[in-house]
Design a protein around this ligand. Structure first.
Ligand code: ZN
Ligand code: ZN
Length: 361
């Protein structure tokens, strides 16, 4: 992408060899995520020109100095939250909030703030340390999680963003237990991943909310017990959720990033319930919620980035459940396209007809 607003174009770039604690990964699959589009439409400010894509899997092809976590030939799923291991957040085991990584991500470089991509001697920037809309990428070794060789690359790619963001919000951020009442508000790839996680732990009922009836049909086929089509306002939608759940949910998982949808999630909760906010809003957005109900009903708002995931632990767990048939990640993939058609992937994403689009590389 040459500049914010797009379009995406295919071109040849130079990729520097991996530096210290970095590896070169030959990519095999990359999911198309709404956060990539946030870079296109300017919701997330992105340094350009940039190679987008942050949901990938492939094979380690070369290593820089001091790499210890992976070896050449390893199949890996990629995580967009490497961590420094030294900051206050890392010392509290909140590696997804690493205070070194987040500023580095904003530079469009790798951990040291400089890019490995260039064209005719001019810098080209990374997206979320990964840049998976490409044949190959140089990434921090802590972005690589080895996976079994028989894991399909498209499934592993999804674990790198949508699946971990959605399942982690349910399992890690919220800690949903069997019998908890759950609403999934927004049924894209992340929301449906949260739905699969809620089904896997035995939450009940699970109500899916979306504007698109076809997405609600999919949600039902994946285990939602009830569905609510968006009613035009936060209050009307929440009222419908409260009605079908006998008074509201314990956890309303919000996966759109739109303030009125976040409000609907909050208003869908019952006493002691929590809105779990995953979707990324535009910078400067504000959320209005009825303050009195927070103490009076002990309602809560929980933020969740990357599902509070620890990739080394949680990627393997998600893939184990996939292998056992308890987390059918492959059912989230609706379209497979060649890398050159990434732009078409965004069109499909916006059409409402696609679940996850995967670029095969
Ligand atoms: Zn993503
Ligand atoms: Zn850190």
């Amino acid at each position: 992408m040459e500049q914010t607003g797009g379009p995406l174009t295919v071109c040849e770039l130079e990729l520097a060899p991996p530096g210290r604690e970095e590896v070169l990964v030959r990519l095999r699959a990359s999911g198309v995520c709404h956060s990539d589009y946030n870079a296109v439409d300017g919701t997330s400010e992105t340094v350009c020109p940039a190679v987008l894509g942050h949901e990938g899997a492939g094979v380690v092809e070369a290593m820089g100095a001091d790499v210890t976590r992976v070896a050449v030939g390893d199949h890996v799923a990629l995580s967009w939250t490497p961590w420094c291991g030294n900051c206050e957040e890392c010392s509290r085991e909140l590696t997804q909030l690493c205070s070194t990584v987040w500023p580095a991500m904003g530079t469009g470089g790798l951990m040291d703030g400089t890019p490995r991509l260039s064209r005719d001697g001019e810098s080209v920037y990374h997206y979320s340390f990964l840049s998976t809309f490409a044949d190959a990428c140089v990434v921090p070794e802590r972005s690589c999680v080895p996976i079994a060789e028989d894991t399909p690359f498209d499934v592993a790619a999804l674990v790198g963003c949508a699946v971990s963001t959605g399942t982690g919000a349910v399992w890690r951020t919220a800690g949903v237990r069997a019998g908890d009442r759950v609403a999934i508000v927004g049924c894209g790839g992340v929301g449906l991943s949260a739905l699969l996680a809620a089904v896997a732990v035995g939450a009940e009922p699970i109500v899916a909310v979306d504007t698109a009836p076809q997405k609600l049909d999919v949600a039902r086929s994946l285990g939602a017990t009830d569905t609510v089509e968006w009613r035009g306002s936060a209050e009307a939608t929440a009222e419908a959720v409260r009605k079908v759940t006998g008074g509201g949910v314990d956890y309303a998982i919000e996966a759109t990033g739109r303030p009125e949808v976040m409000e609907a999630a909050f208003l869908s909760t019952r006493a002691r319930g929590a809105a779990v906010l995953i979707g990324i809003p535009r910078e400067g957005s504000e959320l209005t919620i009825p303050a009195l109900t927070i103490p009076r009903m002990e309602r809560r708002v929980l933020g969740s980035i990357y599902g509070s995931t620890k990739p080394e632990r949680d990627f393997a767990h998600a893939l184990d459940l996939y292998r056992d048939g308890r987390l059918p990640i492959d059912r989230l993939i609706s379209h497979r396209l060649p890398l050159e058609q990434a732009e078409r992937g965004f069109e499909l994403m916006h059409s409402g007809d696609a679940l996850r689009v995967v670029l095969e590389i």
